[in-house]
Design a protein around this ligand. Structure first.
Ligand code: MSP
Length: 523
């Protein structure tokens, strides 16, 4: 039995509405989680909202409501986005939950027991927007002379009594970890960045605040709340049963377990420096991989409220459809790099790849069967060409596609799938079943039977990316639920379906042709 997989997105700050960057991360992680389930793995997939910290407290204050009321409302928009986008999370965690407070206090106590926490005074730069402390040397100067963080956000000089975490003691241990576990930070470019950062030396980290109280209380220090990243990172453990459910913890967060965090490139330092150091200190197992994906840009430009180019995923899903949006984001962007989206690019990719290469293939084949055989499934009699096509499709759908997902490369999975779909298109054109109808009806049936199997395999293989459309095609084709996994692809189901006298109806188009939305045409 393969090991269980624990896979997570970052948890989002609910101080604004979700944008397409959040959607992208959720969709990519969802596709990888679905593919793992289809490979027969026990998967725990968690996402959620990161509700504490100064930024949330300040935003709530400017709105004149309590932080609690504010996050209750805002978190619901993230959950709604996930539900609209068909994100198959097993748990949507909110860090304001009591179970999460208990887990954060438990990891704090474990770090304290290891001698890694001490009380001192913090004096330095803090960015409320990033919820991060920065070194003077990391700052740059903005146009108005104000100091800016490496993310370009304003920083303020902060002086407070604070608990500190002895991060400096973990420099060598972290370097050893990166060496021993080269996959710990992916992709390679991010790994190099972090190596340089840690090699440069680590300072102890301020891990509590006294100037506001919206957070998890520090055990034994009622005036302090934990620095939001201590509690935020701990969300991953809370979902795995820490500290109260050792059985669950053993299953989803154990030594040598397969634990994967999918996050954006801006927060790799928190996940690959602070997080493993906290875990080592608390004597808890470490994740296998932290993958820092790239940023999504609007027509090549950074999204920002001031530019007015922040796309709402709900609107995009409504305009283009959930599955076209999911497909576009994963097919377009090489996972790990930045990528760009635009209405034209979504329309073009959906029409050419989902519509022409796959949708039409299914449409042509099934309508032809419905019309010429009255929906009766054709009788197979494989020729070498049929065997060759099925071998190509089979290799892609049972090996290349699931392997690419398992290596966190959804774009490669789609490429492998698309190549197999093109092979089917070439096959249908070469075999020309419409011409065989008069000259060789038995051969026509064999060709159609081959295509039926190939289309079902393709639909199963791509379902992590377009679950709803693939599912409805498979329902239409009568493919039983047990066959819809990477391990079960084969042809026995066809024989069963055939002998049961299954009748396929003429299908409705799977991916109706998208037109450019009017607003986008005007741009
Ligand atoms: N709350 C922290 C994460 C804590 S994880 C223990 C946070 N939240 S966030 O709302 O700012 O970002 C959530 C995720 O969305 C992060 O992984 C971030 O990198 C990602 N993205 C934010 N903007 C993005 C794009 N424009 N494109 C792609 N992903 C982006 O950071």
């Amino acid at each position: 039995m393969p090991k269980p997989l624990t896979i997570t997105t970052a948890i989002s700050y609910p101080n604004g509405r979700p944008h397409i960057g959040h959607a992208y991360e959720a969709i990519a992680t969802d596709a990888i989680a679905r593919a793992a389930r289809m490979s027969g793995r026990d998967v725990f997939f968690q996402t959620g909202t990161d509700e504490h910290g100064l930024k949330v407290a300040q935003t709530a204050r400017t709105k004149g409501i309590t932080p609690n009321a504010f996050v209750d409302e805002m978190s619901s928009y993230f959950k709604e986005m996930d539900d609209i986008l068909n994100i198959s999370y097993d748990r949507f965690i909110r860090t304001s939950e009591p179970a999460h407070h208990a887990a954060s206090q438990a990891i704090w106590e474990a770090m304290a027991a290891n001698g890694d926490l001490y009380l001192d005074r913090y004096e330095g730069w803090y960015s409320v927007r990033d919820e991060a402390y920065y070194d003077e040397s990391e700052l740059s100067e903005g146009a108005d002379g104000a100091k800016l963080s490496p993310q370009g956000t304003p920083v303020e000089w902060t002086i407070e009594e604070s608990w500190f975490f002895r991060l400096s003691a973990y420099q060598q241990k972290l370097l050893d970890l990166y060496e021993k576990q080269p996959d710990f930070i992916q992709p390679e470019s991010r790994r190099n960045e972090i190596l340089r950062f840690v090699e440069g030396g680590l300072r102890d980290l301020s891990v509590s605040r006294t100037s506001f109280d919206w957070g998890v209380k520090v055990p034994g220090s009622p005036d302090h709340v934990m620095y939001v990243w201590v509690d935020a990172l701990t969300n991953y453990l809370t979902g795995c049963g820490y500290p109260s459910d050792p059985e669950r913890l053993e299953r989803y967060w154990s030594e040598g377990g397969d634990i994967v965090h999918i996050i954006g490139k801006d927060i790799v330092r928190f996940h690959t420096v602070y997080w493993p150091a906290f875990l080592m200190s608390a004597k808890l197992p470490l994740p296998r991989t932290v993958f820092g994906h790239g940023f999504l840009l609007n027509r090549g430009e950074k999204m920002s409220k001031s530019l007015g180019n922040v796309a709402d995923p709900k609107d995009l899903a409504e305009t283009f459809g959930v599955d076209p949006l999911r497909y576009f984001l994963l097919a377009e962007v090489s996972f790990g790099n930045d990528g760009s989206y635009s209405a034209e690019a979504i329309v073009h990719k959906t029409n050419t790849e989902l519509g022409n290469a796959f949708g039409n293939l299914a449409q042509r084949t099934l309508s032809f069967i419905a019309k010429n055989l009255e929906g009766r499934l054709p009788v197979p009699a494989p020729f070498p060409e049929d065997e060759a096509l099925l071998a190509t499709v089979h290799e892609a759908t049972t090996c290349a596609v699931p392997q690419a997902f398992a290596s966190l490369a959804p774009q490669d999975a789609i490429q492998a799938w698309l190549r197999a779909a093109y092979a089917c298109n070439a096959y249908i054109d070469a075999q020309a079943p419409w011409a065989l109808r008069k000259t060789d009806p038995a051969r026509m049936e064999a060709v159609l039977a081959t295509l039926y199997v190939a289309i079902a395999d393709l639909a199963i293989a791509i379902s992590p990316v377009i679950p709803a459309s693939a599912g409805s095609l498979l329902d239409h084709m009568g493919i039983p639920a047990e066959v819809r996994s990477y391990g079960a692809l084969g042809t026995d189901w066809y024989t069963d379906l055939h002998s049961r006298g299954f009748v396929v109806e003429a299908p409705k188009p799977l991916f109706p042709r998208l037109e450019m939305p009017v607003e986008a045409q005007a741009e």
